[in-house]
Write a protein that binds this ligand. Structure first.
Ligand SMILES: *Cc1c(COP(=O)(O)O)cnc(C)c1O
Length: 411
């Protein structure tokens, strides 16, 4: 017998962005063992879980050891005690009403944004913004929804919506028919946002073309400005055309704890070959109940604690801390004459690289001359060339030190 592999995997780019970065950092460290490197690269939080979350988490773990409180398998969709809090806190205040069975609690927005495409036909045309959170692209490659990567860095068969300084990082509507559109706002990697009116043009497009928006709102809690929508469902009609992904990862420091959720409204429809409509909520429910056995009980208790009065305050303090770093980076780099985007409603800053140097070149310059690790924009897609991403996930002290080092560089 021969085991044949899924050859779509061979279409993936070999050098995974963060592996290449780690490689370059490792090499630098080997040659310069005495240098203190400040990492502003990978998008991971640096602050620990807040006390009220740890308290609830730890009590739930203890409960698991008590016969009367022990929990075995929970609902695949998640416990309603958490779904209720999600609806009450994350949607009601924005005028969005949801039913409990429209909330699917999971162990990550990464896997949800990846897995969701299983319920869609292989021939659906997919649009992504460029630069992009690479999970959307790579998982569609794995599924066989694309051809090869072309010389211009774009996969055949995918529709790219460029977001660059020239268009204010606002993607244009696709100029060909697309079925699925991935949007992530506040954006990773650019840190930029859409206003309600800008997002509405996408909702209107989707309604007109019977397409679906996969809206990743992992950074929603970092929004500060009032005209930036927190949920796509704030836009009229969006419940007919959008699935929304959220995560406790960046919001509440759950990157190592794992909890997220996905909203699949019951209004959402997909179509079969005969043109009959089917509920996407039912399909996703079928997918989850078949392939997923739910998030651990203590983790869901911990996630619910993020909505307690104390939890909310502690988490807001952490977000404020990161956003203070973001502001500091923005102001300092502006003073140095660099154009900086993001960092207002998001922990990411998207630095326009001075002329004459590309994004890997600038990455190397920062690493070698300032011992700072960023992420080259080109790693997020061809339109990321010419930019570099820095994150505010760090200590204030490191952020200050990093800006001090950058200010000594010559551009
Ligand atoms: C970090 C991040 C997520 C969160 O993924 P989890 O699996 O929930 O940790 C989702 N989308 C984007 C764009 C992210 O940057």
């Amino acid at each position: 017998m021969t085991v044949k592999i899924n050859e779509n995997y061979l279409l993936l780019q070999n050098s995974y962005l963060f592996a290449e970065i780690a490689n370059r950092v490792e090499n630098y460290k080997k040659e310069n063992p005495d240098k203190e490197i400040i990492s502003m690269g990978i998008g991971d939080v640096t602050k620990p879980l807040v006390p009220s979350v740890v308290k609830a988490f730890s009590k739930a773990v203890d409960d698991m050891g008590v016969a009367d409180d022990f929990k075995g398998y929970g609902p695949e969709q998640g416990y309603s005690f958490l779904a209720e809090k999600i609806i009450e806190n994350d949607y009601k205040p924005f005028g969005v009403n949801l039913d409990l069975d429209e909330v699917f609690i999971s162990d990550g927005a990464k896997c949800d944004t990846a897995n969701i495409q299983e319920i869609f036909d292989i021939n659906n045309k997919v649009a992504v913004t460029d630069p992009v959170y690479t999970v959307y692209v790579d998982t569609n490659v794995m599924a066989g929804r694309t051809g090869e990567m072309k010389d211009d860095g774009m996969y055949e068969g995918l529709v790219y919506l460029p977001c660059r300084e020239e268009n204010g990082f606002i993607p244009s509507l696709p100029d060909e028919e697309v079925d699925l559109i991935y949007l992530c706002f506040p954006n990773n990697p650019t840190g930029t946002t859409l206003t309600k009116d800008q997002l509405k043009t996408f909702v209107d497009y989707a309604r007109e073309h019977k397409s679906l928006i996969l809206f990743d709102a992992a950074y929603e809690k970092f929004i500060n400005e009032s005209d930036v929508p927190h949920s796509i469902y704030e836009i009229e009609g969006a419940k007919e055309v959008a699935i929304e992904f959220r995560s406790f990862s960046k919001t509440a420091g759950f990157t190592g704890t794992r909890c997220a959720y996905t909203i699949v409204p019951k209004e959402l429809k997909g179509y079969d070959d005969n043109g009959n409509s089917h509920s996407l909520n039912e399909l996703w429910n079928r997918r989850q109940t078949t392939k997923f056995n739910g998030v651990s009980f203590p983790v869901q208790i911990a996630a619910a604690a993020t909505y307690s009065e104390e939890g909310k305050k502690e988490i807001q303090d952490n977000i404020d801390y990161y956003m203070k770093n973001a502001k500091l980076i923005r102001v300092k780099l502006n003073e140095l004459g660099l154009d900086v985007y993001g960092g207002v409603n998001s922990p990411y800053l998207w630095i326009k690289i001075p002329d004459g140097i590309d994004s890997w070149g600038f990455f190397d310059k920062l690493l070698n001359e300032a011992n700072i690790v960023g992420t080259p924009g080109a790693g997020f897609g061809p339109s990321g060339e010419g930019y570099l991403r820095l994150t505010a996930f760090n200590t204030l002290e490191n952020t200050i030190e990093a800006m001090d080092r950058i200010s000594k560089l010559k551009f």
